[in-house]
Design a protein around this ligand. Structure first.
Ligand SMILES: Nc1nc2c(c(=O)[nH]1)N[C@H]1C(S)=C(S)[C@@H](COP(=O)(O)OP(=O)(O)OC[C@H]3O[C@@H](n4cnc5c(=O)[nH]c(N)nc54)[C@H](O)[C@@H]3O)O[C@H]1N2
Ligand SMILES: Nc1nc2c(c(=O)[nH]1)N[C@H]1C(S)=C(S)[C@@H](COP(=O)(O)OP(=O)(O)OC[C@H]3O[C@@H](n4cnc5c(=O)[nH]c(N)nc54)[C@H](O)[C@@H]3O)O[C@H]1N2
Ligand SMILES: [Mo]
Length: 769
C-alpha cells in the first residue's frame, strides 16, 4: 500500500449515505467529525459515526453458532438467535466456510445458494458489500439473486409500462430552481419529508431539498399536502388528511371532475397518450356502474368532497406540479397511485412544461430534483451470474417457506428454488422485511446462514456464521453517488476494530481456499486506481476533466458541477413525441396498457383502478378499535444503521422507538404522552411508547422503522418498537410482488411499566468460552 497514511491531527473527508464529513484524528486518540463545509444543510446523523456507543455493538471476532459448530450444518436451526456463539480464529471460520460451499454446491448445486442479500451497506464504490458478495458467488458458479428494491417494488415494475423506466425518470426530475420560477401549485401525496432528503445512496454532497422548497415558497408557490400526517412539509402548506392507501380513489375523483367539466387537456391526451377513452369509461361508470365522483371518493379517503372538487379546478387553472412519495407504492396495489398520478398529470396536460407535470419522489432522497450532471462512476465488477433464478426482493420468506411453488412477476411465471445456504452481506433483513415472526419461521429452513457485519445486528445474532467487517472509516474507498455533487476520497482514519476485515479480504481469502481468482492480483489501492481511471475516462467523454488519481487522492474531493441548461422532465417528448418517443410499447404515455390488460391479473387491470387494500380503515373486516399503522423512514438514522448511536437513542421514549397517535385515539384508550404501549395483531406484538400528537390524523399510527428487532422469544413480544413485528408480508400485486409495508391494521393498548421487560437490542449475544 503506497497510499499516504493519514496522520494524527490531519483533517480528511469521508462520505456516508447521509453526507460528506470532515474527520480529524485527535492527538489524544479518537475521531472528531464535522459536516463538510460545502454543505449548507448537513445531516446530524453522520456526526455520530465514530461514537463510543457504536463501538460497543461491534463484532470483534468470527463467531459460529454452537450447534452448527459442534454438529454441522442444519443442526438445531430453531436455536438460531437463542443459543451461544463460539468465537473462532479466522482460519477456522474460513476453512469451515470453504468446506460448506463445497458441500452445498456438489450436493444441491448453486441453485441452493441465496445471495440476493438486499441492503444499503455503506457508501464507497469499492468496498460495496453487495458487489463484493455477488462477485464471489458468481465466481463459484452463481447464486439465486433478487430483483427490485424494498424502496420501489410496485412503482419500479409499473412505470416502464406506463411512461419510462424508473432510473431515467428519476434522473430528469424538473429541478428546484425551475419549479421556483414556474410552479404555482405544488400538490404532494405523502408530503416532502426533508428528514428523508438527508440521504442519498452513495453519499449526498450538498443537501438541497430544504433550500429548494424554501425558494419555491418565497417565489409564491402554494403547497397542498395530502397525507395521513401533517408534519412532513418544511414550508407552509395546506394539509388534507387522507386515510392511508386510499389516494387512488381521491385522484380518480379529481380526474372525474376534470373530465366531466371539460377541464382536461384533451389535445395532449390525443397527441401524447393512448387509452384515455377506456379509462374515461371507468371514470364515468360505463364499465363498472360506479361514477368516480368526489362524493364517492370522500367516503373512501376521508377528504371532503367539496375540497376534492375545488382542488381539481385549482390544478387545472394553475401551473401545477404533482408529486407522490415512494411510500404510497409500498402498499397493497401500490402500482395504482403511481399510474393514477401520471394519468392525472397527463389530463392536466402540463407534462414537459417548466414547473408542471409530475414527480415520483421529490423528498424521498436528496438526489431527486438536483440539477447535478448525471455521471456514472465505475463499478467493482460483479461478473456474470450463470444462474437465472431470482426472486422479487420482498418475497424472501415466501421463497424459504415454499420451495418448488410458483409465483408470477411482471407477466411471467417462475418457481421458488430450494435454498440450503444464505449469505448476507450489507443488509439487515430483520430490520427490513415485513412480518418478522413469519421470517423467523422461514429462517429455520436453510442449513447454513452466513452474515458479514460490522455490528451485532439482529440479523447477525440470527446467523450460524458471523464474520466481523470493517466500517468505511477503517478502509480506503471512493464515494460517488448518482445525481450528487462530489466524488470523495474516503481515506482510512482508524484501524479495524478487533479482528474485523474488509469484505474484499474475506472473499479473497475464501476464494483462495477454493482455487478461484477473486482479486485479479490487485489490492485495495490497485482496485481504487482501476475504478477511478475508468470513471475518469467516462467523465472525459462527457467533457468533465477529472484530475489523475494521485492528485484526486491528495485533494480529497472533486466537484462534478451542474447541468448547463434547466432540467425539465420529458420536455423533449412534449415538444416532439414522434422524434423522442417514450420507451413504452406505443411510445406514448399508456393510460390504458394493452400489455397489462392482456395478463388478465385480478389485482392489476389495464388502467389505474381503485382496489381495496387487504387491510385498511374502510375494510368491513376491521374491528372498530383497530387503527392503520404506517411505518415511515426514521428521522435520526438510516433504516437500522447507527440505531445504537446517541443521536438515534435521543429520539427514543423510555428506551423504545415511539409511536405517534392522535389525541382522540389516545384519550379513547387512556393512553397518555410517554406511556408504554403494546401494538398488536394476529401476526405479532411489540412494545413502543406513545407520542400523543395532532400532527397525525385520527385512525392512524406512525411508528418509524429501524429500531433493532429485539424479540423476547419466550413471551412472544418484540421489546424495542420495530414495526415489522406486526406488518403484513404480502405482495403489492401479482404483477410486481413488491413490498407492502404500509398496509397494516393493528390494535394498541396501554402497558403498565411492570409488564415491559427491558430492551436487550444493543447487548452482545451469549458466547461460550
Ligand atoms: N415496515 C417497513 N419496513 C421497511 C420500509 C418501510 O417503509 N416500512 N422500508 C424499506 C426500505 S425502503 C428499505 S431500503 C429497507 C432498508 O433495509 P436495509 O438496507 O437492510 O437496512 P440497513 O439498516 O441500511 O442495513 C444495512 C446493513 O449493512 C451493514 N453494513 C454497513 N456497511 C457494511 C459493510 O461495509 N459490509 C457489510 N458486510 N455490512 C455493512 C449495516 O451495519 C446494516 O446492518 O427497509 C425496508 N423496510
Ligand atoms: N432519515 C432517513 N431518510 C431516508 C431513509 C431513512 O431510513 N432515514 N431511507 C431512505 C430510503 S431507503 C427510501 S426508499 C426513502 C423512502 O422515502 P418515502 O417512501 O417517501 O418515505 P416514508 O418516510 O416512508 O414516507 C413518506 C411520507 O408518506 C406518508 N404516507 C405513508 N402512507 C401514505 C399513504 O397511504 N398516503 C399518503 N398520501 N401518504 C402516505 C408518510 O406519512 C410519510 O410522511 O427515504 C430515504 N430517506
Ligand atoms: Mo429504500
Amino acid at each position: 500500500m503506497t497510499l499516504p497514511v493519514v496522520t494524527k491531527n490531519t483533517k480528511i473527508r469521508t462520505a456516508a449515505h447521509w453526507g460528506v464529513y470532515e474527520v480529524t484524528s485527535e492527538p489524544a486518540g479518537g475521531l472528531s467529525i464535522k459536516a463538510a463545509s460545502e454543505d449548507l444543510d448537513p445531516s446530524p446523523i453522520g456526526l455520530h459515526m465514530a461514537s463510543k456507543a457504536l463501538k460497543k455493538v461491534r463484532i470483534a471476532r468470527p463467531a459460529i453458532r454452537k450447534s452448527w459448530l459442534e454438529n454441522g450444518p442444519g443442526s438445531n436451526p430453531h436455536l438460531r438467535g437463542r443459543e451461544p456463539f463460539v468465537e473462532v480464529e479466522w482460519d477456522v471460520a474460513l476453512d469451515l466456510l470453504a468446506k460448506e460451499f463445497q458441500r452445498v454446491t456438489t450436493t444441491f448445486g448453486n441453485e441452493a445458494i441465496f445471495g440476493g442479500c438486499y441492503g444499503w451497506a455503506s457508501a464507497g464504490r469499492f468496498h460495496h458489500a453487495q458487489s463484493q458478495v455477488h462477485r464471489f458467488l458468481n465466481l463459484i458458479g452463481g447464486y439465486v439473486s433478487h430483483v427490485d428494491s424494498y424502496s420501489l417494488g410496485a412503482g419500479k415494475v409499473i412505470l416502464p409500462h406506463v411512461i419510462a423506466g424508473l432510473s431515467p425518470l428519476l434522473n430528469q426530475h424538473t429541478s428546484w430552481d425551475v419549479m421556483a420560477e414556474n410552479t404555482e401549485l405544488f400538490v404532494t401525496f405523502g408530503g416532502i419529508p426533508v428528514k428523508n432528503a438527508q440521504i442519498s445512496q452513495g453519499g449526498p454532497g450538498r443537501h438541497r431539498v430544504l433550500a429548494g422548497m424554501r425558494s419555491m415558497a418565497k417565489a409564491g408557490t402554494r403547497f397542498v399536502n395530502i397525507s395521513p400526517v401533517g408534519d412532513n412539509m418544511p414550508v407552509d402548506s395546506e394539509w388534507l388528511a387522507i386515510r392511508p392507501n386510499t389516494d387512488t380513489a381521491m385522484m380518480l375523483a379529481i380526474a372525474y371532475v376534470l373530465h366531466v367539466n371539460a377541464l382536461a387537456d384533451f389535445d395532449f391526451l390525443r397527441s401524447h397518450c393512448i387509452g384515455y377513452e377506456r379509462f374515461a369509461d371507468y371514470l364515468t361508470g360505463v364499465t363498472d356502474g360506479i361514477t368516480k365522483t368526489p362524493a364517492w371518493a370522500s367516503e373512501i379517503c376521508g377528504v371532503p368532497a367539496e375540497r376534492i372538487e375545488a382542488l381539481a379546478r385549482e390544478m387545472a387553472s394553475h401551473r401545477t406540479m404533482l408529486n407522490i412519495s415512494w411510500s404510497l407504492q409500498r402498499a397493497v396495489h401500490g402500482e395504482q397511485p403511481f399510474w393514477m398520478l401520471i394519468t392525472l398529470a397527463a389530463m392536466l396536460g402540463q407534462i414537459g412544461l417548466s414547473g408542471g407535470g409530475f414527480g415520483v419522489g421529490y423528498g424521498a432522497m436528496n438526489s431527486v430534483g438536483n440539477d447535478n450532471v448525471r455521471f456514472k462512476f465505475g463499478d467493482f465488477p460483479q461478473g456474470l451470474n450463470p444462474l437465472k433464478t431470482f426472486i422479487p426482493v420482498a418475497r424472501i420468506a415466501d421463497m424459504l417457506l415454499n420451495p418448488g411453488s410458483q409465483f408470477t412477476y411482471n407477466g411471467k411465471s417462475y418457481i421458488y428454488p430450494d435454498i440450503r445456504l444464505v449469505y448476507w452481506a450489507g443488509g439487515n433483513p430483520f430490520h427490513h422485511h415485513q412480518d418478522l415472526n413469519r421470517l423467523l419461521q422461514a429462517w429455520k429452513k436453510p442449513e447454513t446462514i452466513i452474515v458479514n457485519e460490522p455490528y451485532w445486528t439482529p440479523t447477525a445474532k440470527l446467523a450460524d456464521i458471523v464474520l466481523p467487517v470493517t466500517t468505511s472509516l477503517e478502509r480506503n474507498d471512493i464515494a460517488a453517488a448518482s445525481g450528487e455533487d462530489f466524488v470523495v476520497a474516503m481515506k482510512k482514519v482508524e484501524e479495524p476494530f478487533g479482528q474485523s476485515r474488509n469484505d474484499f479480504d474475506i472473499f479473497n481469502a475464501l476464494a483462495k481456499r477454493m482455487d478461484i481468482d477473486f482479486s485479479e492480483g490487485l489490492d485495495e489501492e490497485g482496485w481504487l486506481r482501476r475504478l477511478y481511471d475508468v470513471s475518469r475516462e467516462n467523465a472525459g467523454a462527457m467533457d468533465i476533466q477529472m484530475p489523475d488519481f494521485d492528485d484526486f487522492w491528495q485533494q480529497g474531493l472533486f466537484d462534478l458541477g451542474q447541468e448547463a441548461k434547466p432540467v425539465i422532465m420529458l420536455d423533449d417528448f412534449r415538444r416532439a413525441p414522434a422524434k423522442h418517443p417514450l420507451s413504452t410499447p406505443s411510445g406514448r404515455i399508456e393510460i390504458f396498457s394493452e400489455t397489462i390488460a392482456n395478463l388478465g391479473l385480478p389485482d392489476c387491470a389495464g388502467h389505474p383502478t381503485w382496489l381495496e387494500p387487504a387491510e385498511w380503515l374502510g375494510a368491513a373486516s376491521r374491528a372498530k378499535q383497530q387503527l392503520h399503522m404506517i411505518s415511515d423512514q426514521p428521522v435520526r438514522r438510516l433504516h437500522s444503521q447507527l440505531d445504537a448511536s446517541p443521536h438515534s437513542r435521543e429520539g427514543k421514549v423510555a428506551g423504545r422507538e415511539p409511536i405517534h397517535i392522535n389525541s382522540a385515539d389516545a384519550a379513547a384508550r387512556d393512553i397518555g404522552d410517554g406511556d408504554l404501549v403494546e401494538v398488536f395483531n394476529d401476526r405479532g406484538r411489540l412494545i413502543s411508547a406513545a407520542v400523543v400528537s395532532d400532527a397525525i390524523m385520527p385512525g392512524v399510527l406512525r411508528l418509524s422503522t429501524g429500531a433493532w428487532f429485539d424479540m423476547d422469544y419466550d413471551a412472544g413480544i418484540e421489546r424495542h418498537g420495530n414495526p415489522n413485528a406486526v406488518t403484513l408480508d404480502v405482495p403489492a400485486s401479482s404483477l410486481s410482488q413488491g413490498c407492502s409495508a404500509q398496509t397494516c391494521i393493528v390494535g394498541i393498548r396501554r402497558l403498565e411499566l411492570k409488564q415491559a421487560t427491558p430492551v436487550l437490542a444493543f447487548e452482545h449475544p451469549e458466547f461460550q468460552k
